[in-house]
Unconditional design. Structure first.
Length: 156
């Protein structure tokens, strides 16, 4: 009789559930546009240009942006240097176009920048203002191309 009941075309079912979960981790990424002073003519005045630091963070993720002193030996947060062999040019990076507060790592009188992420599809932008002064030191530098690399750190 049991065989007859199972073969009458009715399917038997059992229902269960399983949980689904994940943890969305905080994350940030950073890119920056190059800062190019162009051609410096000693005695013709200071050069000012800017760069943009682009931060993408998960929604509601608080972050801080810091800039290091660069890769040129002898450069500091308070006096960054471009290099061409053993010759250097002084420059610095600031939080505003007025070139008053150095954009740095939070030490030596410098300040960082802070923000809050609004999702990885949105970019929070900070302008970095560069100033290459027409200083006595810069006026005696050897002609040629000068470079430096500044590291950007996003802490979140």
């Amino acid at each position: 009789m049991a065989l007859a009941a199972a073969s009458n075309g009715r399917a038997l079912t059992s229902v269960g559930n399983f949980g689904v979960s994940t943890t969305l981790l905080r994350t940030c990424s950073v890119t920056a546009t190059p800062l190019n002073f162009g051609n410096y003519i000693a005695g013709a005045g200071a050069l000012t240009v800017n760069s943009t630091v682009n931060i993408r963070c998960t929604r509601s993720t608080a972050f801080t942006v810091a800039l290091n002193s660069g890769t040129t030996a002898g450069g500091t947060i308070s006096q960054r240097l471009l290099t061409n062999g053993t010759s250097t040019l002084q420059y610095n990076l600031f939080r505003t176009a007025a070139a008053i507060t150095v954009f740095g790592d939070g030490t030596a009188g410098s300040r960082t920048r802070s923000g809050v992420g609004s999702g990885l599809a949105s970019t929070v932008r900070f302008t970095v203002f560069g100033n290459l002064p027409d200083s006595a030191s810069n006026r005696v530098a050897t002609p040629g191309g000068y470079t430096d690399t500044v590291g950007v750190t996003v802490t979140y």
